[in-house]
Design a protein around this ligand. Structure first.
Ligand SMILES: NC(=O)c1ccc[n+]([C@@H]2O[C@H](COP(=O)([O-])OP(=O)(O)OC[C@H]3O[C@@H](n4cnc5c(N)ncnc54)[C@H](O)[C@@H]3O)[C@@H](O)[C@H]2O)c1
Length: 443
């Protein structure tokens, strides 16, 4: 083994949210890291020390590790194949046409790397994939790699949260590792030596179970969110309040308060596509219980968007046509500029379809929104976005929006109505300033 006696050398294939963070954190732990992407622009930026997305703390760490000489970037699979002992696959697995995961990027990356694997090494999948993918990758790679059976495979799913990606990568709650050989496990123990010495649990299992841990974790989190949102629907029917309900449930140690925040529901590049992909897998496997569970979870989640539109329509007198609607927040969650499957962007589209004049604000996601929806009216400030508004929709819970002065904002709108779809604004403060406040799930 080339890495015997030496710290394992690491390549990271795919430098998006996950891969760039992983590469930087691996280098920060002292490893020699070569990160690869097929997107030359991304690699160009990374070489200049620029992070092409918003992630707190990542850019200084990127620069520090480039300067230390531990982190380099390339677009060459030949260079990556020659360099690495452990090759982390971090490419995207977006939603396919009928909900299943699109694995074309995973297979393309594995196929491009394989011909350059001439000595024993380990391919480590980090992308979120349907159960069975790891073995497919292993078969494909071994068929074309010069090292053949000496190429091992492991699956090491990633649980980082955008907005906390660096902290989550450096100090995860646990490291999940699916392996088929002691050799692979030993190499991975060396890769994660610092984390293991710090007491972070390493859970070693077979490949299939490791693949399933990730999708099961996301299915559970999505279910928890949709559960409380289903309770919010009941609260709306009977005039009860979902916030004290969630607090009281959360005090039960068996339940816990995290991921029990009612509101507009989940979005982003992970939960929606992951539950749909898991549902597609379960359907192929004939596991109807998972199919119906995740269908309900997805449906409840999307239903919250309908409810916001309904409340907005009511607030402006029954029709949105020609009404000015201000949307606060475009990112799918705060501390991120990610607008993939953003509930807010979906609502903007629906408002526009119904004839509303929509003006949006977001502290960091507007460049992405403007690229994806060139016609969207993006305002440079909350106050500019709210000029002449008939209704304000609070759709992403940025701390900036909790700091708004409702009295000052009242001066620029046409009608003082706000719908708090994230259930976190200070209702009294807004009411005292003359606003009519509607909160999802609250009387
Ligand atoms: N974003 C997250 O918070 C997060 C968290 C946990 C797991 N994941 C999983 O990680 C994976 C990656 O997600 P992401 O958000 O980083 O996606 P992303 O779209 O931000 O990044 C994917 C990167 O892969 C690159 N790529 C595509 N094909 C390639 C190829 N053949 N060779 C090399 N590079 C290639 C793309 O250019 C892109 O830079 C997904 O499976 C996702 O579900 C993401």
């Amino acid at each position: 083994m080339r890495s015997n006696g030496h710290p394992p050398r690491i390549t990271v294939i795919g430098t998006g949210y996950l891969g760039l963070t992983h590469a930087v954190c691996m280098a920060d732990l002292g490893h020699q890291v070569l990160a690869l992407d097929i997107d030359e622009q991304k690699i160009g930026k990374a070489i200049r020390g620029e992070v092409p997305f918003f992630e707190p703390d990542l850019e200084p760490l990127l620069r520090k590790n480039i300067e230390s000489g531990r982190l380099r970037f390339t677009t060459s699979f030949a260079e990556a194949g020659e360099f690495g002992d452990a090759h982390f696959l971090c490419v995207g697995t977006p939603e396919g046409e009928s909900g299943q995961a699109d694995l074309s990027f995973v297979y393309a990356a594995a196929d491009a790397l394989a011909p350059h694997l001439a000595s024993p090494c380990l391919i480590v999948g980090k992308s979120t994939v349907p159960v069975g993918t790891a073995r497919q990758v292993m078969g494909r790679v071994r068929a074309t790699a010069p090292a053949g059976e000496a190429v091992h495979i492991a699956w090491n799913p990633e649980f980082l949260r955008e907005g906390f990606a660096v902290a989550d990568s450096l100090s995860p709650d646990r490291i999940v590792l699916g392996v088929t050989s002691g050799w692979a496990e030993e190499l991975m123990r060396r890769v994660y030596a610092t984390a293991l010495a710090a007491g972070i649990p390493l859970l070693v299992m077979d490949l299939e179970t490791a693949e399933l841990v990730k999708v099961a974790a996301n299915a559970f989190l999505a279910t928890k969110i949709s559960f409380i949102n289903a309770m919010a629907e009941v609260c709306e029917q009977v005039g009860a309040d979902v916030i004290p309900l969630a607090d009281a449930l959360g005090h039960d140690a068996r339940i816990g308060r995290r991921f029990l925040s009612p509101g507009l529901g989940f979005g982003g590049g992970c939960l929606p596509k992951d539950i749909r992909a898991f549902r597609a897998t379960a359907s192929l496997l004939g596991v109807d219980s998972v199919v119906s569970l995740l269908t309900a979870v997805d449906g409840i989640n999307l239903g919250r968007r309908d409810r916001v539109i309904e409340l907005a329509r009511e607030a402006v007198g029954g029709t949105l046509d020609g009404k000015r609607v201000t949307v606060l927040g475009i990112a799918f969650k705060p501390n991120s500029d990610d607008i993939r499957d953003s509930p807010s962007l979906a609502i903007c589209d629906r408002l526009a379809e119904q004839g509303a004049i929509v003006s949006v604000h977001d502290p960091v996601a507007m460049p992405n929104a403007a690229r994806k929806r060139p016609g969207l009216m993006c305002a440079p400030s909350v106050s500019a976005a709210a000029q002449g508004a008939h209704v304000l929709l609070h759709l992403t819970e940025w701390a900036d929006y909790r700091a708004i002065d409702p009295a000052a904002l009242a001066e620029v709108v046409a009608q003082r109505v706000i719908i708090d779809a994230r259930c976190c604004l200070d209702r009294e403060l807004w009411s005292d300033a003359g606003w009519s406040v509607r909160v999802l799930g609250r009387p």
